[in-house]
Write a protein that binds this ligand. Sequence first.
Ligand code: C5P
Length: 230
Amino acid sequence: MKPRVPVITVDGPSGVGKGMVTRWLAQKTHWHRLDSGALYRILALAAVHQKIPLDESARVAALAADLKIVFSGETEADEAIHVNGENWTAEVRVETSGELASQIATSPLVRAALLQRQRDFRTAPGLIADGRDMGTVVFTDADLKIFLDASAEARAERRWRQLSAKGTGVKLADLFAEVRLRDTRDRKRLIAPLAAAPDAVVVDTTQMEPVEVLDVVKALLQKRGLLGGQ
Ligand code: C5P
């Protein structure tokens, strides 16, 4: 029998800080990391490149099998995403790709096409999985399930600060509208809606600084014996 590979899931709405938490977790545990949102973004972009309408779910889902995706880099700054040998990093990360991803993510066919691909990331010594349905659908037997939440206002403002620091002239009101739209689509969809698993630990980060969030996560790891004495 193959040894069981442990998993920690981190779910939550867009802009809540899952990337920061999962990168930190991957660094602490030396486990692999799955950015499931990137898979949805890549599939949506592949459909756009091939001029396949995003509501033609069967055709979009069929594309998944032909995508050779390679993630590299450990920090946000050195992250690289190659698809079929091409560097798609910048395109995957723009706001509009998240919006396209959330459109195809409402389709059961699309979700089914990406399911095994996500589970394939579960290899020794362990996996940190970042997404919307990691704890509720993809890795229901996870060792620790964390659900990060924060008000839409707080998430839009954090994103606005990040983008403004990079010199991107984006309006807070526009970001807030986008966050609200994506939230509604992710929470209200019929299949795998964004929700905390019944056995997830919910952490509301609205009033928290990043370092405080990491302290809470660290305490959870220690409590579950997942930190190996660090
Ligand atoms: O996390 P990220 O912003 O990259 O995700 C983009 C979109 O992909 C989300 O708004 C959501 O609609 C979809 N998604 C999903 N299930 C996941 C990860 C992402 O439906 N596990």
